[in-house]
Design a protein around this ligand. Structure first.
Ligand code: BGN
Length: 384
């Protein structure tokens, strides 16, 4: 049995410990922690959702979207969507389920119409965003991107359209020129107020990363898993970026002459500042992306000229870009989940380059594939 005296002793010791703990906590931002806990308990109201709006849980990008219906159609007197969409849920769980088909993606997105277009069914969208995806031989990646991107954009209550710009032929890939094509072709179809230039293998992981434009060009893919969810270097502008038509015109679009991997995004970043603008970014917490793992594609080898070219952007940006982009549209298909534009962008030698002379050792029996680098090297020599 404890005596009354020792009871008091324990009580004082207990209170003393409490005091010390509280003093320590207050040094470490105790107040912030308390409000944080209070917010957890009051989450549904504190985020401004009303009680009829479901709370998005578990990071499933499709959670609650089935409750959107097209019942009301697009009435003339419809009110604008709220400034912050009530459907936004924050972090999204991204995985790549095997066996997914485009048909399944279609079924999960019943409100998306031909060409991969969507408008919120119950309010007037405040923003019109076109997504431009340069593409070749990446059907597998495209399927996953569409699976995540459609519900992601619907959560943001955007009026949007998805364009896939497919480079025809087997000549070296040219990402930036395909984006020039995408800009011009998308703007012919609708009066988009923002264009998102999007790599096919990057999946956004947080729907607070809103696909709308800022006052200056925006770099959205600021935290990718492959770079440890950090910016790899300060001027990085690759992966996913967003420009208004005005930004695009101011910087003369993108360069047309970066064939192969690397440097074109740095050139575009340099154009932003050369045209008197600056790069904006979302926070590291929100601008998160998961990259679908893959090896460097065939036909997209590292561009050995990129260092020299980058050193000259200051002299070249006004001479090469939107004003000199030459291409031929081969087909335009309004598919259920996206608009597919197939384009001939030619080679360094123009849109219809003369046929290449056969390599010197053409007569010898050789493995066809082993000739490819030699042919490319010969081509490069001719151009230099
Ligand atoms: C950079 C590339 C970018 C690429 C990023 C991330 C160049 C130019 C030579 C300085 N830039 O090094 O194009 O997006 O890495 O992979 O290679």
């Amino acid at each position: 049995m404890l005596s009354i005296q020792s009871k008091w002793r324990y009580l004082f010791m207990f209170l003393g410990i409490q005091l010390v703990v509280m003093a320590l906590l207050s040094r470490e931002g105790y107040q912030k922690r308390v409000t944080y806990f209070i917010r957890i308990f009051r989450k549904p109201d504190a985020t401004g959702r009303n009680h009829t709006t479901p709370v998005v849980v578990g990071g499933d990008v499709y959670a609650n979207l089935s409750q959107l219906s097209r019942a009301r159609g697009h009435e003339d007197g419809m009110a604008y969507c709220p400034r912050t969409s009530p459907l936004i849920g924050g972090p999204i769980h991204v995985s790549f389920p095997s066996g997914l088909t485009l048909r399944e993606v279609e079924k999960k997105n019943p409100l998306v119409v031909r060409g991969g277009r969507y408008r919120p069914p119950d309010c007037l969208a405040r923003h019109r965003t076109a997504i431009i995806i340069p593409h070749r031989h990446r059907e597998h990646h495209l399927k996953f991107l569409l699976y995540y991107l459609h519900p992601f954009l619907q959560r943001q209550q955007l009026h949007y359209g998805i364009y896939v710009i497919h480079q025809a032929g087997n000549y070296t890939f040219n990402r930036a020129k395909l984006m020039n094509v995408g800009f011009q072709e998308a703007m012919k179809e609708e009066d988009w107020d923002c264009l998102f230039f999007h790599d096919v293998d990057l999946i956004p992981e947080d729907d607070r990363n809103t696909y709308i434009c800022d006052g200056n060009p925006k770099h959205a893919a600021i935290a990718m898993d492959k770079f440890g969810y950090k910016l790899p270097y300060k001027m990085y502008f690759g992966g996913v970026s967003a420009l208004t038509p005005l930004h695009y015109l101011k910087m003369n679009g993108f360069p047309n002459n970066y064939w192969g991997w690397g440097g074109e995004d740095d050139d575009i970043g340099a154009r932003v500042s050369l045209a008197g603008m600056y790069i904006t970014r979302p926070s590291l917490k929100v601008g998160r992306y998961k990259m679908i793992k893959h090896v460097l594609d065939k036909g997209n080898d590292r561009n050995p000229k990129r260092f020299n070219m980058l050193a000259k952007t200051r002299q070249t940006w006004k001479l090469d870009g939107m004003n000199t982009a030459e291409f031929e549209i081969i087909s335009r298909q309004h598919l259920p989940l996206y608009t597919n534009i197939t384009v001939n962008i030619g080679t360094e030698a123009g849109l219809h380059p003369p046929p290449q002379p056969p390599p010197k050792d053409a007569g010898k029996p050789a493995n066809r594939q082993s000739n490819v680098p030699a042919e490319m090297a010969a081509k490069e020599k001719q151009q230099q």
